[in-house]
Design a binder for this molecule. Structure first.
Ligand code: UD1
Ligand code: UDP
Length: 381
């Protein structure tokens, strides 16, 4: 029996972990009775803890209850990462897993990676190789460090593989690590799996009295936008102008943005927006799918817009998901009020026979197959 510890803690990681956990179950069903069966232990750091930032995803999606809940909560970067590091180290020492799996680029990812690396436990990173080349982003620091110390790197795109190669991280032909794999994006797996379920179960459009293509959807949570009043103000004003002149703007507000609006006393800038609490994944898929366009600074939401053939306006100066911009289905506006307003007027055409930029929806299955084979090769070494 192989023991894997998955470290999660922030909203997008719950969603990314779902297809991977499912792939582990499917792998076990196929290998019933074999030594290579996988036991997954789920560690939730507690980085996100509000009901609709955490529990809701465990209730709604096929994700087992965490085996360990580390209750770290919100702190400065240093303290939050340090608390996670200490507590994850305790779990890893107790469990001695064969491999640690980390996702994305949050502080939970960084802490999980450092804890594993220092205990000489094999480390795999899902969503490796993404770069914004903006080191002021906490995520860029996290992902660069995590990629540097990972043994197995699962890239969602070819660009990500190339980014790693530029940093000297490449798949060696020898039997040593690191090993880099173009796996595809597990978030695409999740969309393919849950869109039909969302269509059946979600009542969010009725609840908010929305008609398909009769509204815009916006999310804002990047520290670079929320923590800088000179960026947050024009973004909210751009969204408000769209709501005033064109169609309602639905704004499921992230707690970081909510806090920032309060701190900067910008409540007035929200008056034209339809502000709602963060929603469940199934409701979010329905809101995205039926929006006229999505305006966001979220990585996950940019890609979901692409998967669902919905135009995206990215409220940032750069993106890690450069392929969507190159394909002209995603427009970067930065925090420029006029550009934001104009961007939603641009006609966007989705290529009917579009190339799959982020894999074929079987990324998780591929990842688990690779992990199982790498661990069995290691055992034979
Ligand atoms: C984190 C990640 C970011 C990711 C995002 C997904 C880091 C450095 N950032 O950003 O990469 O895109 O999650 O949503 O890891 N808060 C609550 N309730 C919660 C969680 C947070 O009120 O359940 C508030 C707290 O005031 C907290 C603030 O939101 O200080 C920010 O939370 P934090 O987890 O530090 O960063 P995010 O902005 O959520
Ligand atoms: N999401 C959600 N409810 C919301 C907002 C987002 O379920 O109210 C989902 C969204 O569909 C995507 C993920 O959360 O799967 C993106 O997370 P977030 O924007 O917090 O972080 P990022 O992807 O930027 O790291």
């Amino acid at each position: 029996m192989l023991k894997i510890i998955s470290i999660i803690g922030a909203r997008p990681q719950f969603i990314k972990a779902v297809p991977v956990s499912r792939a582990i179950n499917e792998f076990n069903a196929k290998h019933d009775g074999f030594k290579s069966r996988i036991r997954e232990i789920l560690v939730h750091t507690g980085q996100h803890y509000d009901y609709n930032m955490s529990d809701i995803f465990f209730k709604e999606l096929d994700l087992k209850k965490p085996d360990y809940y580390l209750k770290v909560g919100s702190h400065s970067h240093g303290r939050q990462t340090a608390l996670m590091l200490e507590r994850i180290e305790g779990v890893l020492k107790k469990e001695s897993p064969d491999l640690v799996l980390v996702y994305g680029d949050t502080n939970s990812t960084l802490a999980g990676a450092l804890a594993a690396r220092k205990l000489h436990i094999l480390l795999a990173h899902i969503e490796a190789g993404l770069r914004s080349y903006n080191m002021n982003m906490p995520e860029e620091v996290n992902r660069t460090v995590v990629d540097r110390v990972s043994d197995i790197l699962f890239c969602p795109s070819k660009t990500a593989v190339d980014n790693l190669r530029l940093e000297g991280i490449r798949n060696s032909s020898s039997r040593t690590f690191p090993k880099v794999f173009l796996a595809g994006d597990v978030m695409y797996d999740a969309v393919l799996c849950y869109l039909t379920v969302a269509k059946k179960r979600s009542r969010i459009l009725e609840k908010l009295s929305l008609t398909p293509k009769g509204y815009y959807l916006a999310t804002v949570h990047r520290a670079e936008n929320t923590d800088d009043r000179r960026r947050l103000k024009p973004i909210l004003e751009g969204l408000s102008k769209i709501a005033e002149d064109k169609a309602p703007v639905i704004f499921p507000i992230h707690p970081r943005a909510k806090n920032a609006v309060r701190t900067f006393r910008m409540e007035g800038a929200l008056q034209f927006l339809k502000v709602i609490e963060p929603v469940s994944y199934l409701d979010m898929l329905m809101l995205e799918k039926n929006a006229r366009a999505v305006l966001t600074d979220s990585g996950g939401v940019q890609k979901e817009a692409y998967f669902l053939n919905v135009p995206c306006v990215t409220l940032r100066d750069e993106t890690e998901w450069v392929e969507t911009v190159d394909s002209k289905v995603n427009i970067l506006t930065g925090a420029d009020k006029k550009k934001i307003y104009k961007a939603v007027e641009k006609e966007v055409k989705f290529d009917k026979k579009k190339t799959r930029l982020y894999g074929d929806g079987k990324a998780a299955e591929r990842i688990i197959g690779v992990i199982a084979s790498q661990l069995s090769v290691r055992d034979k070494r």
